[in-house]
Each structure stands twice: as C-alpha cells, then as structure tokens.
Design a protein around this ligand. Structure first.
Ligand code: MV4
Length: 504
C-alpha cells in the first residue's frame, strides 16, 4: 500500500478521497488554488500544496504543476477524482512517466473509451448490444443520408470526440440531414478540434442506466449493479438511485455481464462505469464508458456496502479485488440529491457567496458528502455543487421519506441552494411512481413554471374584472384593492379562478 497519495481535485470529492486515505492508513496531500486557500479539503489533508491562480486552467488542470507537487511532497500516487484531469489520457501517461501511479485505468483504456465511436465498436466486439447505427465515422452528408435511410429516421448524429451531449443532433428526415451534418460537424470541431461524426437510431425518451464495474490488474472483473441516472438537466445528473426502480434481477444480470465483457475487451482496470440507454420495451444499448470514479458512486456504496474509493486505491497498489462476484448483494434502496449553490427559482443561476449558516442533516440512513463549512465562501470559479446528500432505506419508499426528512433538516444561509427544488421533485407523483426517463426533468420544470405563473394570471384577470366592475358602476377605475372593496376583489378572484379552470 502507498504511504502518501496526492489528491488532484477539490470540493466534496477531494474530501471523500481524503477520508478513504485515512481509512487505509495513507497520508493525504491536498493541492489548492488561490480561491481555495481556506477550503475544507485543504484543512483535512496532512499537507497542502499551492498550485496556482483560481482559474482551473492555471491550477486544477495544470498537470505538470500537480505532478511537481506530488514529487516534492514525496507522494507515490495521484488520485484525480472526477472531472478536471481524470479522463485525460496524456495526464495518466505523464504521471506514469514521472514514476508515479495514476489511480485509475491505463492511458490506453482512457484513450479507447474517449473516442465514442471506438467505444461503440469495442462494445460491439464484446458482444454487447449497441444502438443500430454506423460502424465507421461519416465522410459526408450524402453518406449520412444513405446510412440514415437504412437505419430509418429519426436518427442522431454524434461527435466521435464528444460525450456528455455536446455535438449531438436529432435528424428527423433526409431534408434535415445536410444542414444538421454541417452544424454538428462544426460544433464538434469547435468543441473538440475533431469534426468526425457517426450515426445512431434515435431512441425516444429512454432511461439512462449505468453499471458500476470494478477490475483489478490480475484479470478479475465484476459489476456492482446499476444506477438510475435519468433525472438530468442539460446533461447534468441531479438525482441518482440504486437500484433502478424498474429493475429486475434478470435485466441487471444481463446488463452487468455486458458491462463486464466491455471492460474486459478494453483491458480495463480500476473502477469504471458503463452507460446504457434502456427503451420502453426494456431493450438496453451501450452508450459510453466513463473511465473514472463517478459523482454518484455513494448510492452504490450504500446498497452494496463496498467502499469504491478504497477499492480503487488498493487496485492501483496492485492488490487483487476484495470483491468476489458471488459476494455482491444489493440491500435496500439509496437516493442521492446533488445540492448546488444555485437558485432553482431563477433558472438555476449559480449563487456563489459566503455560507453564513449551515446545519447539515444526519440520523438513520443519511450521508452527506460535503465540501463546505459555515463561514466559507463558495468560489465562482468552479462547479457550484456544495454537497451530495444520499440516503438509504429498506425500500425506495422509505428512502424517499428519509430524503424528505434530510432535506427538511438541511439549512444553508447566505446563498441559494437547490434544496427546495428537490423537495418538490420528491412530492411529484411521477417521481414517486418511478415514472422517469431522460425527459422527466424538462417536463417537471415546465409543469412547475405553468403552476407558478397561474396566480399571476389570476391577479391580472382579477384586476381586469375589477376595472370592468368599476366601469359599469360608472366609478373611477382603480385597480388597487381598496380596504372597503374587499368583497369586489374576492368576487373578481373567484371569477378569475373559475376562468382558469379551478373547480369548487
Ligand atoms: C442518445 C439518445 C437517444 N438515442 N442516443 C445524451 C448524452 C450523450 N451521452 C448521449 N445522449 C443521448 N444519446 C440515441 N441513439 C438520447 C441521449 C440523451 C440523454 C442520454 C442520457 C441521459 C440524458 C439524456 C438527455 C438527452 C438526450
């Protein structure tokens, strides 16, 4: 086992990695930027190295500075967490070239899965179901049209270098193809410096289900079941669950086996996640593989009892898997809400600033993976997630009630958070019934906007009615509620309500 590990990340995940180091008797070394001088992860580590100015490009993304810090501190390994340098193949290679261990898969596996078209072909070779589509990248729009007529519209153009929703386009007919091909190619070129595209059949309103895999450097691979990640906003997950509410043991076994074979084909080691789309008929199709620890790993930990970060570190140290396929049991149900410093009432605009008050929930079945403390100022430079609130229950229904309890205990002063938004989702009948897909959140938010704007409509209609009553009474029109005219306003309100379809 390592004696010292450098944590190349910040926020809640840096704190999570430090905790794993403690559990393994390893000394954690933090790195921090200008904005993070007072951050929680800096306070919890044994040592901390300053790596540069606040913008991530000059600090958390500056690979050579981080490798330098590792060497100066005497760390033997680097854990990249998620985001930042975690899926940059060049960084994994640079770490190895510096004589250090990269806690993650090999540079080759990262590279292979980073190209979404190659990943797709790898999955196919592994015998996993892939979405019907092209096997090679497309050379022009004519070739795309030819392939699309074979696959049948609607289809989806995707960037080979893409992922996470960038450079993607739905194409409904041959007429749309030329412009869609140009636009998607240009977008991919601008975002990734690579314009190559491939084509897939478009799956309408699928679920996004992912399988957690774990592999050591001795050829042992197993899976830890699925997570339901369909509740997303602009390709960012906001609520995740383990297990998926629609899951059955047979589907889990088949998806798990497919994921394990894909990992084997990619010569994969360490933890990884294989993403699938699941259609209404419960067909599943490979989507992408994420070659890192995922944000939502706690729900799998709560249900299986394994510590994924400790497992990652042991694997990187050359140890064999501590998890045997036959040992994996799924106990109960877990839900995670990503608590963001964002204002859910104003289109989730980031709400950076000082946390003037903080009360964190606890009690049976509650886990809060936080990166903040009272008095700390949430910087504007990074992702504004402040904590991940995860709960466990015997059943999904119990987990939902516990999440509601935990959210009601959670108090954050000084900044806006997404806590009230989660409270509304947890009361939504569709969510409670598990009727979710990748469009769920867009539908939910649209519904909420309609409801929120209704009282405003009522007020406007009431004002118009009041003005009309005044007009017919031949009195001066005042659309302010006069203290002696309450009954008139009540009547107007009732008429307005009825006009809006309310039933008495
Ligand atoms: C799709 C799809 C439907 N059909 N591919 C979005 C992000 C990228 N990783 C792949 N994505 C999708 N690919 C086919 N053939 C729908 C999506 C998609 C989606 C997938 C997972 C979670 C949320 C999503 C939201 C919109 C679209």
């Amino acid at each position: 086992m390592f004696r010292k590990i450098l944590i190349a990340n910040r926020g809640e995940i840096a704190v999570r990695l430090i905790r794993a180091c403690r559990d393994l008797g390893v000394s954690p070394v933090a790195v921090y930027s200008e904005a993070d001088r007072q951050a929680l992860h800096v306070r919890l580590a044994d040592e901390a190295c300053y790596i540069g100015p606040s913008p991530a490009g000059e600090s958390y993304l500056a690979g050579e500075k981080i490798i330098d810090a590792a060497q100066k501190s005497g760390a033997e390994a680097i854990h990249p967490g998620y985001g930042f340098l975690s899926e940059r193949a060049w960084f994994a290679r640079a770490v190895n070239d510096a004589g250090l261990v990269f806690i993650g898969p090999s540079q080759k596996s990262i590279e292979l899965m980073g190209d979404k078209n190659n990943a797709r072909i790898t999955a196919q070779k592994a015998g996993a179901p892939i979405v019907p589509g092209t096997e090679q990248t497309l050379s022009d729009a004519a070739q795309a049209r030819k392939a699309a007529s074979r696959i049948a519209y609607p289809v989806m153009l995707k960037a080979s270098a893409g992922g996470g929703g960038k450079g993607m386009r739905i194409v409904n007919s041959a007429e749309e193809m030329n412009s869609a091909f140009e636009l998607a190619g240009a977008e991919a070129q601008a975002a990734f410096g690579d314009s190559s595209l491939y084509l897939e059949k478009y799956i309408a309103r699928p679920r996004h289900i992912e399988i957690q895999v774990v592999a050591d450097r001795h050829g042992n691979i197993t899976h830890l079941g699925e997570r339901e990640c369909s509740i997303q906003r602009r390709h960012q997950k906001v609520i995740e669950e383990c297990p998926a509410s629609f899951n059955d043991p047979d589907l889990r076994r088949r998806m798990g086996e497919a994921a394990v074979e894909i990992a084997r084909m990619a010569d994969y080691d360490n933890v990884g996640t294989v993403e699938f789309l699941v259609d209404k008929q419960r067909n599943f199709f490979f989507l992408e593989m994420n070659t890192r620890l995922q944000v939502e790993h706690p729900v799998t930990e709560l249900v299986t009892g394994f510590d994924l970060v400790c497992e990652q570190i042991r694997i990187a140290a050359g140890e064999k898997l501590s998890i045997r396929p036959g040992d994996v049991r799924w106990n109960g149900s877990a839900i995670e809400c990503r608590i963001y410093a964002e204002d859910p009432d104003h289109n989730f605009i980031p709400s950076a600033g000082r946390i003037t008050h903080l009360r964190v929930p606890s009690g049976p079945g509650v886990r809060d993976d936080s990166g903040v403390y009272q008095g700390w100022e949430v910087p504007i430079y990074y992702d504004p997630m402040i904590s991940k609130l995860a709960v466990w229950g015997q059943t999904r229904a119990e987990a939902i009630e516990r999440m509601k309890r935990a959210l009601s205990e959670y108090q954050v002063g000084g900044i806006r958070t997404t806590i009230p938004f989660f409270q509304a989702v947890l009361d939504d009948p569709d969510f409670r019934n598990g009727e979710i897909d990748t469009d769920y959140l867009a539908r939910f938010l649209q519904q909420r906007r309609a409801v929120a704007s209704k009282p405003q409509n009522d007020e406007l209609i009431a004002a118009a009615i009041v003005a009309s009553i005044d007009f017919f009474r031949n009195s001066r029109t005042t659309v302010k509620a006069p203290s002696n005219g309450v009954s008139k306003w009540k009547m107007a309100g009732r008429i307005a309500g009825r006009m809006n379809g309310e039933r008495k």
